[in-house]
Design a protein. Structure first.
Length: 350
C-alpha cells in the first residue's frame, strides 16, 4: 500500500505543478499515470511542439516544459506509479481513499486530485483488419523500451513528432528502419523532418511516401507488412510494426467513480477550490469543467494552487496556515535543501 497526503491522478504539467504547490505546504504527493513517463501529452505526443502562453517563457518546447517542472519538484521527492491506469476508488471509514490501478497497485490518501488532462490515452489504431491478433507480438503502439528493437527490422507508420523522433532514434538501434506516411508532408518539427531526410540520404532510414500499411503478415508474430504505395501493393519483411498515430483521450474508469460528469469532463466548484461532488476529490486542469472554463496549462497551474490550499485545510482542519511568499520564505525541500530568498528582498518586503 502506497500512502501519501495527496494522490494525483495524471502526471501532466498540471499534476506535476501540484507537487510544487503541495510541497510548499509540506504535503507529500504521489502520482499515477497510464503513460510510461511523466509529462502527459507534452511528453508523449508533441515533445518538440512550441508553447507560447507560459508566463516568462515567450516560447518553450513542450518537452522542455516537462523537464523544467520535473526539476522544480525534485526537492519535494514525489512518488510515481507509471504505466498503470487508476481503475477503482474506495472511500474508507477514516475519510481516506484507496485507489487501485489496473495492475493491482494500491494507493491510500485523504486527498485525491484528478489531473488527468483529457483523460487516459488509448492509441489510435490504423484500420487493419488483423492488427489486434498481432498486438504484443510485433505490433506496438508506444515505444517503451528501445532496446527491444536492437538489431530488428522495424516499420514505423505516422507523420507526427513521435514517428519522426523514434525513426531517428532507432536508426542507430535497429538493423533497418522504414518510415511510412500517407502524405509527402510531415506534421512534425522541421528539424526532425530534415534529420529524417539526412538519414534517408545516408541510407540509414527507408522513407516511403505517400503510402499506407494495409495488412500484417505472419502466422503468430509479425513477419512483414503489406504496403500500398500509389498504384503498387507489395510486402515488406519486418519484425516489428509500430503505428504512431497519436493517442485518443478517454475519461476511462474515472467516469464510473460517481463523479458528476458533463460532456466527458468532471464538474467542479470553481467558486472556491475545484472540488467535485465527492468531498476530498478534486479535479484540476483540462479534465474539469465549470462556467467560463479555459483548457490552458496556465489555468491548470492556477487551479492546482487553490486546490492545494483547500487540501491543506481538509487534512489539518484545526491548523491555521499563514501563506508566505517564496520571495520571503524561499523553498525548502523534503530532502533538507533550501533555496533562500535574497536578504535584500526580504528586508524590502518587511
Amino acid at each position: 500500500m502506497i500512502k501519501t497526503d495527496i494522490l494525483i491522478i495524471g502526471a501532466g504539467p498540471t499534476g506535476l505543478f501540484t507537487v510544487f504547490e503541495a510541497g510548499l505546504l509540506k504535503l507529500k504527493c504521489h502520482l499515477i499515470d497510464a503513460l510510461p513517463q511523466p509529462g502527459g501529452q507534452c511528453a508523449e505526443i508533441y515533445p518538440k511542439k512550441p508553447i507560447y502562453d507560459i508566463p516568462a517563457f515567450p516560447e518553450i518546447l513542450a518537452g522542455e516544459l516537462v523537464d523544467n517542472l520535473m526539476k522544480q519538484i525534485e526537492p519535494f521527492q514525489p512518488g510515481f506509479t507509471l504505466g498503470e491506469r487508476a481503475e477503482t476508488i474506495e472511500k474508507q471509514d477514516d475519510d481516506t481513499f484507496i485507489v487501485t490501478t489496473n495492475k493491482g497497485t494500491q494507493h491510500q490518501a485523504p486527498i485525491v486530485a484528478i489531473a488527468g488532462g483529457l483523460g487516459s490515452f488509448e492509441p489510435r489504431k490504423p484500420p487493419i483488419s488483423n492488427i489486434a491478433a498481432f498486438e504484443d507480438k510485433g505490433v506496438e503502439y508506444i515505444i517503451r523500451d528501445p532496446e527491444m528493437y536492437r538489431d530488428k527490422k522495424v516499420v514505423i507508420a505516422g507523420g507526427g513528432d513521435s514517428a519522426l523522433d523514434w525513426s531517428i532514434f532507432l536508426a542507430d538501434v535497429a538493423s533497418s528502419v522504414t518510415l511510412i506516411h500517407r502524405r509527402n508532408e510531415f506534421r512534425g518539427a522541421l528539424d526532425s523532418v530534415e534529420k529524417v531526410q539526412e538519414l534517408k540520404n545516408a541510407g540509414k532510414i527507408e522513407l516511403i511516401t505517400p503510402a499506407e500499411v494495409k495488412g500484417i503478415i505472419g502466422d503468430y508474430n509479425v513477419e512483414g507488412v503489406t504496403i500500398q504505395h500509389g498504384e503498387e501493393t507489395y510486402d515488406l519483411q519486418c519484425d516489428h510494426f509500430v503505428p504512431l498515430f497519436g493517442l485518443a483521450p478517454k475519461l476511462g474508469p474515472i467516469a464510473d467513480w460517481g463523479l458528476e460528469i458533463e460532456k466527458n469532463a468532471i464538474k467542479v466548484d470553481n467558486s472556491l477550490d475545484y472540488q467535485t461532488n465527492i468531498p476530498g476529490i478534486y479535479a484540476i486542469g483540462d479534465v474539469n469543467t465549470y462556467p467560463g472554463k479555459l483548457k490552458l496549462i496556465l489555468c491548470g497551474f492556477h487551479e492546482a494552487t487553490l486546490m492545494c490550499q483547500s487540501a491543506y485545510q481538509r487534512i489539518f482542519p484545526n491548523k491555521r496556515y499563514v501563506m508566505k511568499y517564496t520571495t520571503v520564505g524561499g523553498v525548502e525541500g523534503f530532502d533538507g535543501s533550501k533555496k533562500e530568498a535574497p536578504k535584500a528582498v526580504v528586508k524590502a518586503i518587511e
